[in-house]
Design a protein around this ligand. Structure first.
Ligand code: ADP
Ligand code: NA
Length: 331
């Protein structure tokens, strides 16, 4: 087709996605399914690079898929599947592992961060080769573009290097993908500590907004968001990170610009009304999202059927790529 092919994945998360995941990734995936030939997956193979409880993993994988559908991904407009349902990812990853230098993999900064968190004994070889599996995820579909956050840029670079290396050694096989870095404006910060991004691993319980939480609990978090001792509602991420974060979330949820929100509150000297309006905006937005997600979760058989159909569609491409790769390698 003429439309660029994009590929993106998201980890299954216990409980639900948070607002940063939605505004920084999922929402943009929904938009891209219209203009692109989009492949989206729940990356359960990546999830087991750190310890997982099997029943919890199965549940959070379904929950992730239900939320993607609830957010508006449409299986008629994109290919939505679970990574482990398509065995070609792991099969291609092995071939790519054998093309990746140990030193090259050792330079991945995400591995350094994540392994530091796990400790030497807790760090698996799977965590080490995670970026190679990611390269396989992308290359197996001949993706042209990879919508990722800035923190993933290095992994896309590795993917490009591996594609070029394979093509150079075995003949032209892979599309060399470009990174499509998602807008920085979509970066959402912790409501209690706006110097760090909202993150499932780093945020305090009151600083993170879970999409599937009771809306009243989230409203409370918005109302108690940390701001500053001034009262001026102005976009200034350096001097006023808390207020700027609230403005960014407001703009993103209401579909207007940050300047529009600033203008609305010009001359005000208190943060309360902005927080209250934001809590209401969020509640209004999240209600239908939650309802749709719960509907998909209520019919597990139908959800599994949708995911099986997505995997079958994905495999049409993945199996063809793997067959060509195996042939070129000499299998
Ligand atoms: P976390 O940082 O909570 O562990 P992940 O790393 O699983 O989240 O991120 C999944 C997706 O959500 C990625 O595409 C990532 O760029 C995006 N994302 C995560 N946190 C934020 C945030 N605070 N603001 C914007 N996007 C985010
Ligand atoms: Na992260």
């Amino acid at each position: 087709g003429e439309r660029p092919r994009v590929l993106s994945g998201i980890q299954p998360t216990a409980g639900s996605f948070h607002l940063g995941n939605y505004l920084g990734a999922v929402r943009q995936w929904v938009a891209l399914q219209e203009s692109c030939d989009a492949f989206y997956m729940v990356v359960d193979l990546h999830a087991i690079t750190v310890p997982q409880d099997p029943a919890a993993l199965r549940e959070s994988t379904r929950l992730a898929a239900a939320q993607l559908l609830g957010a508006g991904l449409d299986p008629a407009r994109c290919t939505l599947f679970v990574q482990s349902h398509v065995p070609e990812h792991a099969q291609l990853a092995w071939v790519l592992n054998c093309l990746t230098g140990f030193g090259e993999a050792s330079r991945m900064t995400q591995f350094k961060d994540k392994s530091a968190k796990q400790g030497a004994e807790g760090t698996t070889v799977g965590l080490f080769t995670y970026p190679v599996l990611q390269a396989a995820d992308i290359l197996v579909y001949h993706a042209d573009q990879v919508p990722v956050g800035e923190d993933q840029r290095q992994h896309v670079e590795l993917t490009r290097d591996l594609a070029e290396r394979f093509n150079g050694r075995y003949g032209p096989t892979f599309t060399v993908p470009g990174a499509y870095i998602l807008k920085d404006a979509a970066r959402i910060y912790d409501l209690q500590d706006p110097s760090v991004k909202m993150s499932k691993s780093a945020s305090s319980p009151k600083g993170i907004v879970w999409l599937m939480d009771e809306p009243a609990a989230s409203a409370k978090k918005f109302r108690s968001a940390v701001t500053d001792t001034g009262g001026e509602i102005r976009w200034d991420p350096e001097a006023k990170p808390g207020v700027s974060n609230l403005l960014a979330i407001h703009a993103a949820l209401s579909g207007v610009t940050v300047a529009d929100v600033e203008a609305k509150y010009a001359g005000q000297s208190m943060y309360g009304p902005l927080k209250t309006e934001l809590a209401e905006l969020f509640a209004e937005w999240v209600a239908p999202f939650r309802a749709r997600t719960l509907e998909f979760l209520a019919d597990t058989a139908e959800l599994d059927r949708l995911l099986a159909a997505g995997a079958a569609k994905a495999r049409e491409t993945a199996a063809a790529t793997l067959a060509e790769v195996y042939d070129r390698v000499g299998f």
